[in-house]
Design a binder for this molecule. Structure first.
Ligand code: CFM
Length: 538
């Protein structure tokens, strides 16, 4: 029997003390799609209840790991005790492809100032300076980025002053990030901090003209498991020029030159919407939301890009690529549907994938019965139309909000107001994102910042055919006899983006939900033998 989501919600809340339950209730929502297109309000981007086991990461992780980490030729130095650097070293599967033997790639390295008690007491700026000089001598990079960890903020080291001095001394770009782990309620704060500094210190610093046609930036695609490689290849076949990707398979120069693009295509809205907005304001580059997860999403996104440039030849090439790819996609879809139709999935991950991957499951005939984000904001759930109603709390106010104005010489609106209206009339959302909930079924459970206790209860109540989360959840889920697909790292698989990625995903999930292995999972304490031992003991 299908569980009643309202009863499930009450059940999840019943474990909490009254006051906590009242607060938590606002973060658990049963989805409705109202006639005016709105969805229920959900509380998001707020502190986790102390004591709850959260899936979240820290602000440093969002800045150093997520946004800047995938860029191969910015040398990253973690200013702090060695653990922060060590444990964030190569833990995300952002791949990169240097163009030749001379193209720098620092991703395999881990650089840390290794702060000791002495620096905590007397300050760490001197050691940071020495570390930057040493790193420069060793690598001669184009740019160095410094990332602050919790103690740096607590003792008040001025990483920005050090960066300014070293920039002057070394003659390369050096910039710092005040991304102390505690700075926000989750890694989301780190995204914002990374966006700000990239925008201030890098974007627009390389004026090399780009004579090509159909120039775009892809924002919020991090090349996990090679996703960006698939998308890059699609663009190339379509004749779309990719100036830069923020930041999968990216380089410093590409960021610096990114203001030459005529369109920003935003894949992960949560992590990079700030750069999109700031580039619009400063340079006049419009942005649209795209999604290259799922064959349908990929086709739609390519079509929207073509529509934006409004060129017959581009449109023709895009249509040709789509039809070439769709034959195999549909063949695999047909095959897996016979085995997967009607099966159920739950997705609790990050700030954008819990939405995007529902599309892939739908293409296989599978239903998402519950989903949620770790650190998304209300606009990622309900759509950007709720932005004016989002209350700015003390935690958000803590993060710098850059004031951006049109550039005196370089502001050039790529599309006039009437052209933008036309694009919107043709079904394109310019500077808009509809959010996850309007695309979820009525009655689906939406849970923000899910607690581990809730994960376990959901597994027991719904017994979904697959649960998608990360490495911290994976083995607990599998011990419950349910397969877990990691949507952060792809379990060492992928790519899952684009058409070929979709085929990969269909096949992988088909294998996972149809294997018989899980019905043999039995915990040792569930066997008779164990019970007997227990009886003797009692
Ligand atoms: Fe964006 Fe990401 Fe995600 Fe994200 Fe992430 Fe990631 Fe993610 Mo892990 S940038 S919000 S902070 S799509 S690392 S590539 S998988 S939680 S859903």
């Amino acid at each position: 029997m299908k569980p009643n989501p309202h009863t499930v919600k009450d059940e999840l809340l019943s474990a909490l003390p009254k006051k906590s339950a009242r607060k938590r209730a606002e973060q658990i929502v049963v989805n409705e799609r109202r006639p005016d297109g709105s969805v229920p309000e959900i509380k998001a981007n707020v502190r986790t209840t102390p004591g709850a086991i959260t899936q979240r990461g820290c602000t440093y992780a969002g800045c150093k790991g997520v946004v800047i980490g995938p860029t191969r030729d910015i040398l990253s130095i973690t200013h702090g005790p060695v653990g922060c650097g060590f444990y964030s070293w190569l833990t995300r599967r952002n791949q990169t492809r240097p163009e030749g033997p001379d193209d720098a790639n620092y991703i395999p390295y881990c650089l840390s100032t290794d702060m000791q008690d002495e620096q905590i007491v007397f300050g760490g700026e001197k050691k940071l300076r020495a570390a930057i000089e040493e790193a420069y001598e060793l690598f001669h990079p184009k740019a160095i980025a410094i990332f602050s960890t919790c103690p740096v903020g607590l003792i008040g080291d001025d990483v920005h002053a050090v960066a300014r001095d070293m920039k002057e001394k070394l003659g390369i770009n050096v910039f710092g990030f005040s991304c102390e782990g505690y700075k926000g309620v989750s890694q989301s704060a780190g995204h914002h901090i990374a966006n700000n500094q990239l925008f201030k210190h890098v974007v627009g610093t390389n004026e090399t003209p780009r004579p090509e046609n159909f120039k775009i930036n892809l924002l919020g695609e991090y090349n996990i498991g090679g996703d960006a490689f698939v998308i890059e290849e699609l663009f190339e076949r379509c004749g779309i020029t990719l100036i830069s990707t923020f930041s999968g398979n990216s380089t410093y120069d590409a960021f610096a030159n990114s203001h030459m693009a005529d369109l920003n295509a935003v894949m992960c809205h949560r992590s990079i919407n700030y750069v999109a907005e700031m580039m619009e304001k400063k340079f006049g580059i419009p942005w649209i939301k795209v999604n290259f997860v799922g064959a349908e999403g990929t086709a739609k996104s390519l079509r929207h890009i073509a529509q934006y440039f409004n060129d017959a030849e581009l449109t023709e090439r895009v249509e040709k690529v789509i039809s070439e790819e769709m034959t195999d996609v549909l063949k695999t879809q047909f095959a897996v549907r016979s085995r997967c139709e009607g099966k159920t999935a739950m997705l609790f991950v990050g700030g954008s994938r819990a939405h995007h991957y529902q599309m892939l499951f739908a293409e296989m005939g599978m239903k998402t019965v519950a989903a949620g984000y770790e650190f998304a904001h209300r606009d990622d759930y309900e759509g950007r139309r709720v932005l004016p109603t989002i209350k700015v709390d003390a935690d958000s106010r803590n993060i710098e909000q850059l004031e951006v104005h049109p550039d005196e010489t370089r502001y050039m609106p790529r599309r006039g107001p009437s052209e933008l209206v036309q694009l919107e009339a043709a079904g394109m959302d310019v500077a808009a994102y509809q959010g996850m909930m309007p695309e979820m079924e009525e009655g689906a459970l939406v849970i923000d910042d899910i607690y581990h206790f809730e994960t376990e209860r959901l597994l027991e109540i719904y017994k979904p055919d697959i649960f998608c989360a990360g490495i911290k959840e994976k083995y607990a889920v599998q011990k419950a006899g349910i397969p877990c697909k990691q949507l952060h790292s792809y379990d060492y698989g992928g790519p899952y983006a684009g058409f070929r990625g979709a085929i990969n995903f269909y096949n992988e999930i088909d294998r996972m939900v149809n294997t018989k292995i899980w019905q043999y999972v039995q915990a040792p304490w569930e066997t008779e033998e164990e019970l007997e031992v227990e009886e003797i003991a009692s």
